[in-house]
Design a protein around this ligand. Structure first.
Ligand SMILES: [Zn+2]
Length: 265
């Protein structure tokens, strides 16, 4: 069982391999490729080279799917377009040897929470069917979200995992913001402790009544608090923590340092 750290961001196609080598030298073992504004790694030769470099340097890759997604849109055409974007990420992710594709599920909009849940569940089941049909190994991870009016509470995500067999991305900073600081890291960790494989996001965060405002550098005190809780479950879970602060490489190295300190004591 392992806990590994890495940044959000692989860089452009031309910098990707150099960045993987640099991450490796820093002790980083994970990296999330940001397809948040589109699938920018297109050529098969680039896909192959990046995959080989990630294997050589022992870096576990994941993908963050496009921000512009809504699996609960009132317009069917928007749901179909969202599905297509996710499928493009899954397809490229599989070729890249990525283990996970992270997705922001959608918005409640004018719909009730229950109706939103059922709409999103239906699309997730379809996407899981595509993964099965294509025999892809890459996992579809639905993320816990930081704004109160956005689908993605702990309950939303856990129920989807149980009912559709999809995977999850627990964003500890988002949950802190969504609960207006009320939910402790201990509670968050305990909510997901029944699962064996965790894909996670973390950073500092600024929030208000409506939840998340923006991500900031990761305070060391927060890191310590979270990692202490993760130490308690490390023997039964494989945990990947992607840092999403404005300086994600530096904060991944800091996370690793704090993690090593905690485990020495
Ligand atoms: Zn995200």
């Amino acid at each position: 069982m392992t806990v590994i750290f890495g940044p959000s961001g692989l860089g452009g196609v031309k910098e990707a391999i150099g960045n993987l080598e640099a991450y490796h030298k820093l002790g980083i073992k994970a990296c999330e490729i940001a397809f948040t504004y589109g699938v920018y790694i297109k050529e098969d030769k680039d896909i192959k080279a990046i995959r080989e470099a990630s294997e050589k340097y022992g870096i576990k890759l994941s993908i963050h799917a496009q921000y512009w997604l809504n699996l609960n849109s009132a317009e069917k055409v928007k749901i179909e377009a969202s599905k297509k974007r996710i499928l493009d990420c899954l397809k490229t992710g599989e070729k890249l040897g990525c283990y996970a594709v992270v997705v922001h599920p959608g918005y409640y909009g004018k719909m009730s929470k229950e109706e939103s849940y059922n709409n999103i569940k239906k699309v997730v089941i379809e996407l899981m069917g595509e993964i099965k049909k294509n025999k892809w190994k890459v996992k579809l991870c639905l993320e816990t979200m930081g704004k109160v009016n956005v689908f993605g509470s702990v309950q939303d995500i856990k129920s989807l995992v149980k009912e559709t067999e999809c995977s999850f991305c627990v964003d500890f900073a988002h949950l802190k913001a969504r609960s207006n600081g009320k939910m402790s890291y201990k509670e968050m960790v305990s909510e997901f402790s029944e699962f064996k494989e965790w894909h996670c996001h973390f950073s500092g965060i600024v929030y208000g009544d409506k939840g998340e405002k923006h991500h900031i550098l990761t305070p060391k005190t927060e890191l310590k608090e979270l990692l202490k809780e993760l130490k308690a479950v490390k023997n039964k879970c494989n945990i990947t923590i992607i840092n999403e602060s404005p300086d994600p490489v530096k904060d991944s190295v800091l996370s690793l340092k704090v993690w090593n300190e905690i485990n020495l004591n």
